[in-house]
Design a binder for this molecule. Structure first.
Ligand code: SF4
Ligand code: SF4
Length: 275
Protein backbone atom coordinates (compact mmCIF):
# COMPACT_ATOMS: atom_id res chain seq x y z
CA UNK A 1 0.00 0.00 0.00
CA UNK A 2 1.17 3.52 -0.83
CA UNK A 3 2.30 5.68 2.11
CA UNK A 4 -0.67 7.19 3.94
CA UNK A 5 -0.67 10.97 4.33
CA UNK A 6 -2.51 12.90 7.02
CA UNK A 7 -2.98 16.64 7.40
CA UNK A 8 -3.47 17.56 11.03
CA UNK A 9 -4.93 20.92 12.06
CA UNK A 10 -3.08 20.79 15.37
CA UNK A 11 -5.22 23.55 16.90
CA UNK A 12 -6.94 26.80 16.02
CA UNK A 13 -4.79 29.33 17.84
CA UNK A 14 -2.36 31.83 16.44
CA UNK A 15 -0.50 34.88 17.67
CA UNK A 16 -1.00 36.52 14.24
CA UNK A 17 -4.19 38.01 12.86
CA UNK A 18 -3.78 37.90 9.08
CA UNK A 19 -6.89 39.37 7.42
CA UNK A 20 -6.93 36.59 4.80
CA UNK A 21 -6.75 33.76 7.34
CA UNK A 22 -9.36 30.96 7.01
CA UNK A 23 -10.15 31.63 10.67
CA UNK A 24 -10.34 35.42 10.60
CA UNK A 25 -13.44 36.45 12.60
CA UNK A 26 -14.05 32.88 13.84
CA UNK A 27 -11.08 32.40 16.19
CA UNK A 28 -13.23 32.32 19.35
CA UNK A 29 -15.61 29.81 17.85
CA UNK A 30 -12.80 27.64 16.47
CA UNK A 31 -11.04 27.70 19.83
CA UNK A 32 -13.86 25.54 21.25
CA UNK A 33 -12.72 22.70 18.96
CA UNK A 34 -9.21 22.65 20.37
CA UNK A 35 -8.29 19.50 22.21
CA UNK A 36 -5.06 19.04 24.10
CA UNK A 37 -4.67 15.43 25.26
CA UNK A 38 -1.56 14.66 27.32
CA UNK A 39 1.65 14.20 25.35
CA UNK A 40 1.74 10.45 26.08
CA UNK A 41 -1.77 10.01 24.60
CA UNK A 42 -0.84 11.89 21.46
CA UNK A 43 2.27 9.77 21.02
CA UNK A 44 0.18 6.60 21.57
CA UNK A 45 -2.28 7.79 18.91
CA UNK A 46 0.44 8.08 16.28
CA UNK A 47 1.88 4.75 17.39
CA UNK A 48 -1.57 3.20 16.76
CA UNK A 49 -1.66 4.69 13.25
CA UNK A 50 1.84 3.29 12.67
CA UNK A 51 0.60 -0.17 13.67
CA UNK A 52 -2.31 0.16 11.19
CA UNK A 53 -0.66 1.81 8.19
CA UNK A 54 3.09 1.66 8.77
CA UNK A 55 5.16 4.80 8.31
CA UNK A 56 2.81 7.66 7.37
CA UNK A 57 3.51 11.23 6.35
CA UNK A 58 2.00 13.77 8.71
CA UNK A 59 1.52 17.36 7.57
CA UNK A 60 0.96 19.58 10.58
CA UNK A 61 -0.79 22.89 10.22
CA UNK A 62 -3.06 25.07 12.36
CA UNK A 63 -3.44 27.87 13.52
CA UNK A 64 0.20 28.07 14.40
CA UNK A 65 1.49 24.56 15.30
CA UNK A 66 4.46 25.91 17.27
CA UNK A 67 1.97 27.18 19.91
CA UNK A 68 0.61 23.65 20.50
CA UNK A 69 1.67 22.41 23.98
CA UNK A 70 4.94 20.42 23.99
CA UNK A 71 5.01 20.66 20.22
CA UNK A 72 8.71 20.03 19.73
CA UNK A 73 8.65 16.99 22.08
CA UNK A 74 5.58 15.65 20.28
CA UNK A 75 7.12 15.99 16.82
CA UNK A 76 10.38 14.52 18.10
CA UNK A 77 8.48 11.37 19.19
CA UNK A 78 6.17 11.14 16.15
CA UNK A 79 9.03 11.61 13.69
CA UNK A 80 10.74 8.47 14.96
CA UNK A 81 7.95 6.46 13.27
CA UNK A 82 6.48 8.84 10.68
CA UNK A 83 7.84 11.56 8.45
CA UNK A 84 6.49 15.01 9.29
CA UNK A 85 6.04 18.35 7.57
CA UNK A 86 5.26 21.41 9.67
CA UNK A 87 3.68 24.50 8.14
CA UNK A 88 4.40 27.49 10.31
CA UNK A 89 5.11 31.20 10.31
CA UNK A 90 8.38 31.01 12.30
CA UNK A 91 7.36 33.33 15.13
CA UNK A 92 8.01 30.49 17.63
CA UNK A 93 11.26 29.10 19.00
CA UNK A 94 12.68 27.78 15.73
CA UNK A 95 16.16 27.68 17.27
CA UNK A 96 15.22 24.82 19.63
CA UNK A 97 13.21 23.26 16.81
CA UNK A 98 16.31 23.28 14.59
CA UNK A 99 18.55 21.80 17.27
CA UNK A 100 16.20 19.07 18.54
CA UNK A 101 14.53 17.72 15.41
CA UNK A 102 15.96 15.57 12.66
CA UNK A 103 15.81 17.28 9.24
CA UNK A 104 15.87 13.83 7.62
CA UNK A 105 12.46 13.14 9.22
CA UNK A 106 10.95 16.61 9.59
CA UNK A 107 10.40 19.16 6.83
CA UNK A 108 9.18 22.71 7.01
CA UNK A 109 6.86 24.92 5.00
CA UNK A 110 7.66 28.44 6.05
CA UNK A 111 4.96 31.03 5.48
CA UNK A 112 5.91 34.67 5.38
CA UNK A 113 3.02 36.96 6.41
CA UNK A 114 4.20 40.51 5.66
CA UNK A 115 1.42 42.22 7.63
CA UNK A 116 2.43 40.42 10.86
CA UNK A 117 5.99 39.13 10.46
CA UNK A 118 9.20 41.14 10.63
CA UNK A 119 11.43 40.32 7.68
CA UNK A 120 14.85 40.35 9.35
CA UNK A 121 14.10 37.97 12.24
CA UNK A 122 12.21 35.76 9.81
CA UNK A 123 15.23 35.47 7.49
CA UNK A 124 17.51 34.90 10.48
CA UNK A 125 15.40 31.90 11.53
CA UNK A 126 15.25 30.48 7.99
CA UNK A 127 19.03 30.64 7.72
CA UNK A 128 19.47 29.09 11.17
CA UNK A 129 17.19 26.21 10.13
CA UNK A 130 19.20 25.76 6.92
CA UNK A 131 22.37 25.60 9.00
CA UNK A 132 20.91 22.62 10.86
CA UNK A 133 20.03 20.85 7.61
CA UNK A 134 16.39 21.88 7.23
CA UNK A 135 15.30 22.62 3.69
CA UNK A 136 12.34 24.24 2.05
CA UNK A 137 11.30 27.54 0.58
CA UNK A 138 9.18 30.37 1.80
CA UNK A 139 5.55 30.76 0.77
CA UNK A 140 3.91 34.13 0.16
CA UNK A 141 0.21 34.57 -0.40
CA UNK A 142 -0.80 36.62 -3.46
CA UNK A 143 -3.31 38.58 -1.37
CA UNK A 144 -4.42 41.56 -3.52
CA UNK A 145 -3.03 44.34 -1.24
CA UNK A 146 0.29 42.45 -0.97
CA UNK A 147 0.74 41.87 -4.71
CA UNK A 148 2.90 44.95 -5.31
CA UNK A 149 5.54 43.67 -2.87
CA UNK A 150 6.05 40.24 -4.47
CA UNK A 151 9.11 41.26 -6.48
CA UNK A 152 10.55 43.22 -3.55
CA UNK A 153 10.39 40.26 -1.15
CA UNK A 154 11.49 37.76 -3.77
CA UNK A 155 14.63 39.81 -4.46
CA UNK A 156 15.53 39.92 -0.76
CA UNK A 157 14.88 36.22 -0.20
CA UNK A 158 16.92 35.36 -3.31
CA UNK A 159 19.89 37.34 -1.99
CA UNK A 160 19.89 34.98 1.02
CA UNK A 161 19.51 31.86 -1.12
CA UNK A 162 15.86 31.41 -0.12
CA UNK A 163 13.34 30.33 -2.76
CA UNK A 164 9.95 32.03 -2.57
CA UNK A 165 6.76 30.44 -3.95
CA UNK A 166 3.33 32.00 -4.26
CA UNK A 167 -0.06 30.67 -3.23
CA UNK A 168 -3.12 32.11 -4.96
CA UNK A 169 -5.68 33.83 -2.73
CA UNK A 170 -9.10 32.14 -2.60
CA UNK A 171 -11.67 34.49 -1.13
CA UNK A 172 -13.29 37.94 -1.32
CA UNK A 173 -11.37 41.18 -1.48
CA UNK A 174 -12.63 44.64 -2.52
CA UNK A 175 -15.98 43.16 -3.58
CA UNK A 176 -14.26 40.73 -5.96
CA UNK A 177 -13.95 36.98 -5.79
CA UNK A 178 -10.45 35.52 -6.06
CA UNK A 179 -8.76 33.72 -7.79
CA UNK A 180 -11.22 34.60 -10.64
CA UNK A 181 -10.55 38.35 -10.17
CA UNK A 182 -6.79 38.18 -10.82
CA UNK A 183 -6.07 40.24 -13.95
CA UNK A 184 -4.24 38.81 -16.98
CA UNK A 185 -1.09 40.71 -15.95
CA UNK A 186 -1.29 39.42 -12.39
CA UNK A 187 -1.72 35.85 -13.61
CA UNK A 188 1.28 36.15 -15.91
CA UNK A 189 3.38 37.55 -13.09
CA UNK A 190 2.28 34.75 -10.73
CA UNK A 191 2.75 31.78 -13.06
CA UNK A 192 6.51 31.24 -12.56
CA UNK A 193 5.98 31.16 -8.78
CA UNK A 194 3.09 28.69 -8.86
CA UNK A 195 5.01 25.68 -10.12
CA UNK A 196 3.54 22.84 -12.15
CA UNK A 197 0.63 23.11 -14.59
CA UNK A 198 -1.72 21.11 -12.35
CA UNK A 199 -1.18 23.61 -9.56
CA UNK A 200 -2.06 26.41 -11.98
CA UNK A 201 -5.22 24.65 -13.19
CA UNK A 202 -6.61 23.82 -9.77
CA UNK A 203 -5.28 26.82 -7.83
CA UNK A 204 -5.81 29.62 -10.28
CA UNK A 205 -8.58 28.41 -12.55
CA UNK A 206 -10.73 26.60 -9.99
CA UNK A 207 -11.04 23.45 -12.18
CA UNK A 208 -14.14 21.32 -11.43
CA UNK A 209 -13.50 18.06 -9.55
CA UNK A 210 -16.96 16.69 -8.64
CA UNK A 211 -17.31 12.99 -9.54
CA UNK A 212 -13.60 12.41 -10.21
CA UNK A 213 -12.25 9.32 -8.51
CA UNK A 214 -10.01 10.45 -5.65
CA UNK A 215 -7.79 8.75 -3.10
CA UNK A 216 -8.60 11.37 -0.44
CA UNK A 217 -10.13 9.34 2.38
CA UNK A 218 -8.20 6.24 1.27
CA UNK A 219 -4.52 7.11 1.48
CA UNK A 220 -4.97 10.72 2.55
CA UNK A 221 -7.14 12.40 5.17
CA UNK A 222 -7.53 15.66 7.03
CA UNK A 223 -7.72 15.70 10.84
CA UNK A 224 -9.35 18.63 12.62
CA UNK A 225 -8.25 19.86 16.05
CA UNK A 226 -11.13 17.99 17.75
CA UNK A 227 -10.09 14.77 16.02
CA UNK A 228 -12.77 14.82 13.30
CA UNK A 229 -11.39 13.20 10.15
CA UNK A 230 -12.56 14.24 6.69
CA UNK A 231 -11.36 13.14 3.27
CA UNK A 232 -9.92 16.61 2.59
CA UNK A 233 -10.34 20.34 3.24
CA UNK A 234 -13.10 21.00 0.68
CA UNK A 235 -15.16 18.16 2.26
CA UNK A 236 -14.61 19.41 5.82
CA UNK A 237 -18.38 19.23 6.50
CA UNK A 238 -18.47 15.48 5.74
CA UNK A 239 -16.66 13.59 8.53
CA UNK A 240 -15.54 10.00 7.96
CA UNK A 241 -14.65 9.36 11.61
CA UNK A 242 -12.63 10.63 14.55
CA UNK A 243 -8.94 9.96 15.03
CA UNK A 244 -9.40 9.59 18.81
CA UNK A 245 -11.82 6.69 18.20
CA UNK A 246 -9.72 3.50 18.60
CA UNK A 247 -11.81 1.88 15.81
CA UNK A 248 -11.11 4.65 13.29
CA UNK A 249 -9.98 3.51 9.86
CA UNK A 250 -9.66 4.99 6.41
CA UNK A 251 -11.77 4.01 3.35
CA UNK A 252 -10.43 0.85 1.76
CA UNK A 253 -10.55 2.29 -1.78
CA UNK A 254 -10.66 5.59 -3.74
CA UNK A 255 -14.11 7.26 -3.90
CA UNK A 256 -15.70 9.87 -6.22
CA UNK A 257 -15.07 13.51 -5.28
CA UNK A 258 -18.10 15.18 -3.69
CA UNK A 259 -16.86 18.79 -3.94
CA UNK A 260 -17.22 21.25 -6.83
CA UNK A 261 -13.56 22.39 -6.85
CA UNK A 262 -10.33 21.55 -5.07
CA UNK A 263 -8.57 24.86 -4.30
CA UNK A 264 -5.75 23.56 -2.08
CA UNK A 265 -3.01 21.18 -3.20
CA UNK A 266 -5.22 18.17 -2.45
CA UNK A 267 -6.19 17.75 -6.14
CA UNK A 268 -3.08 15.58 -6.37
CA UNK A 269 -5.03 12.72 -4.75
CA UNK A 270 -7.32 12.48 -7.80
CA UNK A 271 -6.68 9.09 -9.41
CA UNK A 272 -4.34 9.81 -12.35
CA UNK A 273 -6.37 8.42 -15.23
CA UNK A 274 -9.44 10.32 -14.02
CA UNK A 275 -7.85 13.79 -14.00
S1 SF4 B 1 -0.23 33.00 10.53
FE1 SF4 B 1 -1.53 31.53 9.49
S2 SF4 B 1 -2.91 30.76 11.09
FE2 SF4 B 1 -1.98 32.64 11.86
S3 SF4 B 1 -3.42 34.27 11.34
FE3 SF4 B 1 -1.91 34.16 9.68
S4 SF4 B 1 -2.83 32.78 8.15
FE4 SF4 B 1 -3.93 32.47 10.10
S1 SF4 C 1 -10.64 16.08 -5.63
FE1 SF4 C 1 -10.10 17.44 -3.94
S2 SF4 C 1 -12.08 17.99 -3.07
FE2 SF4 C 1 -12.42 16.18 -4.29
S3 SF4 C 1 -12.23 14.43 -2.87
FE3 SF4 C 1 -10.25 14.77 -3.87
S4 SF4 C 1 -9.12 16.07 -2.46
FE4 SF4 C 1 -11.29 16.24 -1.91
Amino acid sequence: MEKVNFVWDSHYRCNFRCPYCWFDKTWDEMDKLNKYPPLTEMIALWDRLYDMYGECHLMVTGGEPMLYPNFIELIEAISKKHTVKVTCQLSGDMFTFARKLNPERVRLDMNFHPLESKLEPFIKKVLYLYKYGFKGGVCYLAYPPNMDKIQYYDDIFKKHGIVMALAAFHGEYGGKHYPDAYTKEEREMMLPYLGDMDRQKYHLEGRKTKGKLCRAGHIYASIKADGTVTRCGPLSNKPIGNIFDPNFKLHDKPMPCEAETCPCDEYKWIVDEER
